[in-house]
Design a protein around this ligand. Sequence first.
Ligand code: PGA
Length: 254
Amino acid sequence: MNHRKPLVAGNWKMNKTVAEARDLVASMSSPLRAITGVEKVLCPPFTSLSTFAMLLAGTDIGLGAQNMHWEEKGAFTGELAPNMVKEFCSYIIIGHSERRAYFGETDEHVNRKLHAAQKADLTPIVCVGETLDQYESGLTSEVVRRQINASLAGMDSVFAPRIVVAYEPVWAIGTGKASSGENANAVVKQMIRSALTELFNEKIAQSIRVLYGGSVTASNAAEFFSQPEIDGALVGGASLKADEFVAITKSAAR
Ligand code: PGA
């Protein structure tokens, strides 16, 4: 067992109106609050953030946004600045594979957003992971290491321990085909933590939490959480079902 506090985050993606989101959070907030020893984070769409900030005030459930721009303000139609996110949130998901695949986000963008997160005092959840093609071509290590190195370049070692990395193999996201606990653990150990050690040092690499994401459910969560290198989960589909998300979070408690 390691010293890192488990973290479970629900990424609601582009789902739920404010009214629907209110209902969903109402059905999960008290069972979530009853779970101790796990850092719990909900990441609903932007439109629900102000409502959630009020609903979750005074609870130990954190709030995160799914994306932001790196600039502080200006002519960036449709974007949100880090300090706007910070008005409501303490967490920010950066570089989700859907942002990379559908909205052209590159490692360089991810890097700028990470620096912006530090400046805005937001805890970043940085996503990395290989596509199916890359996986089948044996490129996982190359891709994941490149993503870690380029995304975290120039981050200072004081802020580094606050960074959360989510290893999300793209082939496992939304497909119902999760990685195995063993495989995910090996990627985290051999590729992610070793890249983090090279970037920072062993002590910092050991303090950074690394989550698994990709088709996590109440039935497979324990398999991931029992792995020594996996410190929690970034949950998509199953975070939209109160019972599932609560059960997943419970199984992360040590
Ligand atoms: P999923 O999504 O749990 O629906 O596979 C995970 C994610 O995209 O973060």
